[in-house]
Ligand binder design. Sequence first.
Ligand SMILES: Cc1cc2nc3c(=O)[nH]c(=O)nc-3n(C[C@H](O)[C@H](O)[C@H](O)COP(=O)(O)OP(=O)(O)OC[C@H]3O[C@@H](n4cnc5c(N)ncnc54)[C@H](O)[C@@H]3O)c2cc1C
Length: 664
Amino acid sequence: MDGDKNVEIKEMYESEEYDGNEDQATEKLLDRRKFVKGGAAVVATAVVAGGLAACSNGGGDTPAGGSGGAADGTPAADGTYTASAQGRNGQVVTQTTISGGAITKVEVIEHQETDVFGGVAVDPLCQNIVAANSYGIDAIAGATWTSAAIKDGVAAAIAEAGGSADLYNKPTVYENVQDETIDADIAVIGAGFSGLISACVAAESGAKVVLIDKAGIGGCSLQSFGAAIYDSPELIEARLNEWLAGQMYIADPALIYAYLSNNMDAISWVRQFKDTTDFFPFFGEEGFFRGLLCAYTDRPKVYQEMFDKTVLANGGSVHIQTTATELLTDGAGTVTGVVAKRLDGSTLTINAKAVNIATGGFGGNAGLIKELTGYDVVCGSLTQCIGEGEDMAYAVGAPVPKNKGGLQLHQTLATSTAKLSGYEYFQQQMPMVMGYVPSVLNVDGAGKRFRNEDWVNNPTAAATGGAFVGGVTYVLLDQNFIQKLESGGTAAIGYTESPGMPPEYKPDYQPDTPWADFSKVLGDLVPNDWAYTGASIEEVANAAGMDPAVLQATIDTYNGYCAAGKDAIFNKDPQHLVAYDGSGPYYLISITYNHLGTIGGIATNEDFQVLDENKKAIPGLYSTGAEAYGTAWNRNYNGQGDGIGFAMVSGYVAGGILARYAGK
Ligand SMILES: Cc1cc2nc3c(=O)[nH]c(=O)nc-3n(C[C@H](O)[C@H](O)[C@H](O)COP(=O)(O)OP(=O)(O)OC[C@H]3O[C@@H](n4cnc5c(N)ncnc54)[C@H](O)[C@@H]3O)c2cc1C
């Protein structure tokens, strides 16, 4: 390691903390990024309850809100009530205080929501419920599941207190609602990494920019881990070739090159705003090209600084909880602005010389994903990104691209992840850890082995393969495996490494940490179909809906490879070939997969101009980030760190181009 690029990691390596362990050095860097409460600026406008429902600005898959008690006008009895409801990552426990028949305090006393994501809903929503004396008010946009869990908790409290639902379940009403029109040089739709950076770069050149977002600032970047780094011509050339081959050459080399070759400039630009020293510290060996984003907790501060010094300083503004609905065009087809709806129901019209659509794709639109890909996978992305940006582009002449339909398939989860309660974190995560351990058999829904289990630690390969065979796969265990894990941890079944789990899910344990209570955990998975069990292979196969003969044949073949010390089909590492020679009860743990967003929608050229069906640029219309990934990735996301990287670089490059287009 040498040069500026490795300064931070070098410091880490040279510090007394570094003990020669790469994994632990990375962990320590991650430790600096602990979450705190209240990151992004997602706070609802003040509300009063009663009357007609106002515009709801939530995501596409809003879960059902709470239903309260009787509907006979009875006030709830005074007291403090505790209730629990399912949020995005687990149970959200609320404590509601009723005093004088009114909701006087709502507190979330326990939750597992990501603080910079669902967690941002907690304080504002609790305050809004008290202010409105109602749990029927609007959810906090971008935190739909967490909001629903809090509202459900309060509804349960009201029901327990004998309160009437019609008294406490009144929708939001906004006062002094007024439409507004703003004239600007540039309008940017979506304030994720891509939209925010494009707005700031354009403003830096003197453009007046108006930025809108249906939720808050930061989008997926508030949850992302690292970005790809391309810091030499050799690396750029190698990556371009590898990228194109990975996409079967059905991708735009000029666009990919624009991304790769502007990568370092974009990073330098972003780093000037850091008020911490760790924005994009580079880590790893020479040639290992990934950089961490700065601490999760610092990102809102960095974004604020970025925004203040550029957009705000040049007369621009940002409008959160404001959803773009339609592009404006003149008679000749040039895009001239955008119309948006605000949370209070009013209309915001922005007249602009150019518009950038940076709405993040359609990861929150499960129906469209199923229709396009056939995959039933978990959405690990923003539920409010439902494809509105691309629909607006199609309405002004952009064609639906043929390659639309890709997913950033990324994480392996247990079906029980974030659902199993009543255990310490390590026990809770044991089923998920099994999804990352290569020394167990992985089978599909038919009971067939479908991959080299060594691939489980490559997130993209694991999730893409798992989604392809149906979205739910299984890990097989017999009593030998279970007992070995209980007594000697994963080391006892031939796996001595630290699994490549997403940091936000990874429990703190060592390979030789005994898996206490694993049998009990497994037993508790069964009633919810998070695992299947049976005294024999036949029974466990039947329980999981597999043909017992197929599962038995899979095991026999695999045991043959274990005996020979050679995996004749996938060539798995012999150390990870452990035979199934134990007795029952057997378990098949259900494993599922998630995506971190979509990779397709709007086709652009390398200047991020949106193309029409003749591949000509639509005047005044640009698109960056995940909404425009389609021309770079044909169908499968094959780049770790390129999601956030592309969002950053496309925003950076397009920002300059937008400003020039607007005459700045
Ligand atoms: C949990 C998670 C972890 C990730 N980790 C990584 C990682 O480590 N490395 C990596 O490379 N990539 C990662 N990614 C992917 C990466 O974060 C995204 O590809 C990238 O941030 C997309 O940026 P964007 O600006 O294009 O879109 P987004 O960040 O999705 O932002 C789009 C914004 O548009 C807004 N919006 C949507 N519709 C409208 C509308 N109609 N009107 C107004 N606003 C609208 C949304 O509210 C949102 O704020 C991760 C993604 C997730 C979900």
